[in-house]
Design a protein around this ligand. Sequence first.
Ligand SMILES: [Zn+2]
Length: 363
Amino acid sequence: MIQKAMFPGKYLQGAGALSELPHLVNQLGSKALLLASPSVLNSVLPKWGAGLSHPQILREQFRGECSREELNRITVLIQRNGIDLMIGMGGGKTIDTAKIVTDWAGIPVIVVPTIASTDAPCSGCAVCYSPEGVFEEVLYQKSNPGAVVVDLNIIASAPVRYLVSGMGDALATWFEARSCERTKSLNECGGHSTLSGIGIAKLCYQSLLEYGFSAKLANERELVTPALANIAEANILLSGIGFESCGIACAHAVHNGLTVLEETHSWFHGEKVAFGVLTGLHLSSASMQELEEVYGFCDKVGLPTTLADIGVDSSQRDRLMLVAEESCKPGSSMHKEAGDISPSLVLDAMLMADAMGTKRHGG
Ligand SMILES: [Zn+2]
């Protein structure tokens, strides 16, 4: 049995952390390409990136999709300009594009997330889509990002829905880690969890309970507080190390299942994952005390607890069965849960998660 864990090379976080970039660029390379979305180039950088007009940092606009076409375009730019370091700045797709092309080119990447909506920035995997935005495949990199820089001024000024969604993604980390530990399943690096991985996943959950609500309030008022810092760290670093080093299970399988329903497409990754966490708790007969704690957390920060909260009509059993079947297909992380999991068990667990959420809301 081999235990494995994966970590980013460096993690920097704080108000004004962007000012560390020129120093990092000097440490990790000599000519950098900064790939950023139009909103980052037009509003975030002019506001917060004063020190980034470094002669060795070229800027390039991301064209919106992490597709083969875009990956090939950036690869050519790297070769033509003698680039030996990349900075991927923005949301998930910009970051994923930078991670993949630098892996192909064998050069380091610095990741600068401008929202704390998922745990992707620290991980060594990325999702590739068709130019039309349809999921194609998950690509694994040889190593995790060389550095991740989180500027809390930028995170605090982003819309609060991103931070809350990130908390939904982070909420899954401990419960999925526990499921994989119970069944001795492999984690996302193809090994068994280390003590550090499990400890980080547990800390992630504790941070959410302790600081989640306060961080949400701070974000609503664009304030940088210790609670906001702790939640940015939980969403980006702890959840990132936790999911990769401990594994995923029911919550992400339900998320993937939900994506077959068109009506869920406008809900964020972490919002659907949160409903998957609740489903997983019912599937694994969690105690009433634990259910109270997790539902209470979701209600407090505004994460979904019912199917209606993610745009799904709970009376349509046949459509929900499609979700359950998709979440149980061969190779799905659903099979990291204990016992013989079938689509009908998952369907009942989803309906039970919905029933409890509805009841709590007075339905
Ligand atoms: Zn996730």
